[in-house]
Write a protein that binds this ligand. Structure first.
Ligand code: EPU
Length: 417
């Protein structure tokens, strides 16, 4: 078990460099399996979710070399076999192997994926796409055995713009016969990055980043090189740290447009930001206006920043409202923020946050990845020492978080207990 200790109240100054996006990298790595040649992916973040995917690739017989942030994947000797429950339940993204293996070998045996417990997180939309393309799905408890004599392109309309189902459709349809038209697709930048990666291998995908994606199946996918896009959620988290307790804190190596829904909200609160083509600089301010936020798919306000921004809203002057529209159980951080002195009420899927309240260091828990980020932000701002338990969740998604925050002036340590 690991815990993070933070002595709060230290100004954050300097530059934080943003790593490759977790939610892009975790799709690119399984997608590499579709190639019949060697694939190179650079800017891979050093996080435990990537280690778990690496383990699955090697279990299947792929050769994986990691040189710093470069990952070289050779899938030519892959043997398509059942992926054991113990490894597929380590993370949500294991279900990208479901579609990559089905797309390449027309058969996959895998278990229901893992991931943060922030809601039910069904996979019905992915299964619906598989069926529409001609696959047969058998369920044995938690296990799925999915087979297809052939996969044939068709039109599929998602019931909601799911990121996972959109990426799974790309992966399964890329080698199917004919054209697959995906309607009501999710538009997140991570989807564009997967489509670009597959197109670099020789795929024919058009429209990624819009709600209608057209995938014309190809017979073979070859070698390619790609770079993971910057992590917009990591960038947003550190921007919020700067808003809470920063003095000219620069968040660098980012694509500012990817976090515009956050920067517009920060401006509504009263912040003035200095923006360049790949950076944003922020300082904390005295008086902050309360705001209202609703989480939505991209380009709306991301659910993954909902918990981190709650910490900032505890410091605004008045009542802010925050509505979570994607997950039914993503308020587990609230109990711990209140324990630190916040005044937050939960009404169904909405939070009412009354500020400003001073935060006082105590022992809190990282119940999930972004709840952990929320607690780190609270600890940076709080008076006294905050101890955050269960931080394995945080380490799944934030590369070198201790080093990055220490370098800009935070007093933060990681301890084994
Ligand atoms: N949904 C269904 N059926 C499906 C798929 C989704 O009902 O078949 C529902 C979900 O229950 C949820 C909503 O649709 O209410 C959105 O789910 P989506 O499929 O878009 O999410 P995901 O692919 O499971 C990814 C990220 C999440 C991020 C969401 C939304 C990865 C590995 N995970 O999840 O990231 O919250 O998109 O942007 O890419 C995180 O990084 O902390 C995280 C949870």
């Amino acid at each position: 078990m690991k815990q993070i200790k933070i002595e709060g109240g230290h100004l954050l100054q300097g530059v934080i460099n943003i790593s490759g996006a977790k939610n892009s990298a975790v799709a690119l790595v399984p997608a590499a399996l579709l190639s019949d040649d060697i694939v190179k992916i650079d800017n891979i973040p050093n996080i435990s979710d990537i280690d778990a995917l690496n383990e699955i690739l090697e279990y299947l017989g792929a050769t994986v070399k990691r040189e710093g942030s470069l990952m070289i994947i050779d899938s030519t000797n892959v043997i398509n076999k059942e992926i054991p429950e113990a490894i597929s339940t380590k993370l949500r993204a294991s279900y990208y192997f479901m579609s990559a293996l089905l797309g390449k070998y027309k058969k996959v045996e895998i278990y229901f994926p893992g991931g943060c417990s922030i809601g039910a997180r069904p996979i019905d939309q992915t299964l619906k796409t598989f069926k529409a393309l001609g696959a047969n799905i058998e369920e044995e408890g938690n296990k799925y055995i999915i087979t297809a004599e052939k996969l044939v392109g068709t039109t599929v309309q998602l019931d909601m713009p799911s990121v996972g189902a959109t990426i799974n459709t790309l992966l399964v349809a890329v080698k199917a016969e004919g054209e697959t038209i995906l309607k009501n697709a999710a538009k997140e930048p991570e989807i564009v990055s997967v489509a670009t990666f597959l197109n670099n291998m020789g795929a024919n995908i058009k429209g990624a980043g819009t709600s209608c994606i057209r995938i014309n199946g190809v017979k073979k996918l070859g070698s390619c090189f790609t770079e993971v896009i910057p992590d917009r959620i990591e960038a947003g988290t550190y921007l919020l740290a700067g808003a809470l307790i920063g003095k000219n804190l620069t968040i660098k190596n980012i694509i500012p447009e990817h976090i515009e829904s956050l920067t517009l909200k920060l401006q509504e609160i009263g912040f003035s930001l200095e923006k360049g083509s790949d950076y944003i600089t922020i300082s904390s301010i005295e008086k902050m206006n309360p705001i209202n936020i609703k989480t939505l798919g991209y380009p709306g306000f991301p659910t993954d920043l909902q918990q981190p921004i709650t910490t900032l809203l505890t410091q605004c002057n008045g009542i802010s409202e925050l509505e979570e529209n994607l997950y039914e159980n993503r308020f587990q951080n609230v109990e711990y923020l209140n324990k630190m002195g916040a005044n937050i009420k939960i009404n169904d899927q909405k939070l009412e946050i009354e500020g400003p309240t001073s935060l006082l260091g105590t022992t809190v828990k990282a119940t999930d990845l972004r709840a952990g980020a929320c607690m780190v932000l609270a600890g940076l701002k709080a008076n006294g020492v905050t101890t955050i338990t269960d931080v394995e969740h945080v380490l799944r998604g934030y590369e070198n978080i201790i080093e990055k925050l220490t370098d800009v002036g935070a007093k933060i340590t990681l301890e084994e207990i």
